[in-house]
Design a protein around this ligand. Structure first.
Ligand code: GLY
Length: 350
């Protein structure tokens, strides 16, 4: 990790090597950072209609003044748009505008934009370069890092995708202070996950005031280590799914009216409580951890019964044959995978 002029740089050494820059003022200067990484003629900004109104002009100006020809594709905000139709329209836009293999894409927005733009980049002309400029807490600490790209099918979320690393990630921490509360809390749901996975993040949670730049840096640095060790999610990367099995069940049961981060926060509460019930962590430790996590973000009330959740979990895409993999908490920084028989799931999720 390197610090200069208040910008922290974290290098990710996965199948390709790329920097993640974290700090203030990165959006205004995006063009000059991108120029150092991509020698493209055209850059296509992919963004949604909400982010477009707030940040596109700054990015466009910075790209133009650094000599890029700038094109822009804007789609309607929301997970419902992360589908085959939007994906097809994006590909056609690139083809019509004669984007070539040496041109590049900038994903400007939250998780939906990053996932879609990354997937387009991974498949258009068999792969062109892309840069992530995440504009939410959730996308800065989680989805923009590590190269998971995807679109949804009616049958389920993220069913089509690729592991495809960006050339650069710019996390401008200025954007965090203006996020609507519900969008901020969504990101905090994932931050709570990192607090259980990483002792350093948990320690930050113990401090009275959560310093956001530090939170983003610590979560990204934790994820960097995981991605470097297991880019294609064969083993260690599965840890990043902590709380996600019940969370995906809750999202699905709510017909996606409960957002991902909020469902993750609920899922973590379920896993933590059951880790204590199964004596994987001591009762006092459970109480202490819960108090610290709740102090930063309490889970909203989960409207479903455990019976409904268990049934929905049994259909999880991470299931194989009659086994399901569940991550349980044995302590802070000590999360372990349990491979459970589907028939035993009820005992783990009470
Ligand atoms: N969001 C989990 C991962 O990137 O693996």
């Amino acid at each position: 990790m390197k610090n200069s002029e208040n910008i922290t740089t974290i290098m990710v050494k996965a199948s390709s090597k790329y920097p993640i820059k974290i700090g203030s003022g990165l959006i205004e200067n995006a063009g000059s950072y991108i120029k150092q990484k991509i020698s493209a003629q055209k850059i296509v900004i992919i963004t949604d209609d909400i982010v477009d109104k707030i940040y596109s002009r700054k990015v466009e100006q910075s790209l133009s003044s650094n000599g890029f020809e700038v094109l822009k594709y804007v789609f309607e905000n929301g997970e419902e748009r992360k589908n085959l139709t939007t994906y097809g329209q994006m590909l056609k836009f690139l083809a019509k505008n004669q984007v070539t293999r040496t041109d590049g894409i900038v994903a400007l927005g939250g998780g939906v934009v990053g996932d879609m733009a990354g997937f387009v980049a991974s498949t258009f002309l068999r792969g062109i370069k892309y840069v992530q400029i995440p504009t939410t807490l959730l996308s800065q600490i989680d989805s923009s890092v590590g190269g998971k790209t995807a679109i949804d099918l009616k049958e389920g979320k993220n069913l089509v995708g690729a592991f495809y690393q960006p050339s650069l990630v710019l996390c401008d921490t200025d954007v965090l202070s203006t996020l609507p509360k519900s969008v901020f809390d969504d990101g905090m749901g994932e931050a709570v996950k990192y607090a259980l996975l990483s002792k350093k993040v948990f320690k930050l949670f113990e401090s009275e005031k959560l310093e956001l730049g530090k939170l983003v840096t610590l979560c990204i640095d934790y994820k960097r280590q995981v991605v470097e060790a297991d880019e294609f999610e064969k083993n260690k990367r599965k840890l990043l799914n902590l709380g996600h099995t019940p969370a995906h069940a809750i999202e699905k049961l709510s017909k996606y009216t409960i957002s991902h981060g909020k469902a993750v926060r609920m899922g973590i509460d379920i896993i933590l409580k059951n880790s204590a019930t199964l004596n994987l962590i001591k009762k006092e430790e459970y109480v202490r951890i819960k108090e610290i996590l709740d102090g930063k973000l309490r889970a909203e009330e989960n409207p479903f019964t455990m019976e409904q959740i268990v049934k929905a979990c049994a259909q999880d895409k991470k299931r194989s044959a009659n086994k399901i993999s569940l991550l349980m908490v044995h302590g802070v920084g000590n999360v372990k995978e349990h491979k459970i028989d589907i028939s035993n799931l009820k005992g783990y999720l009470r």
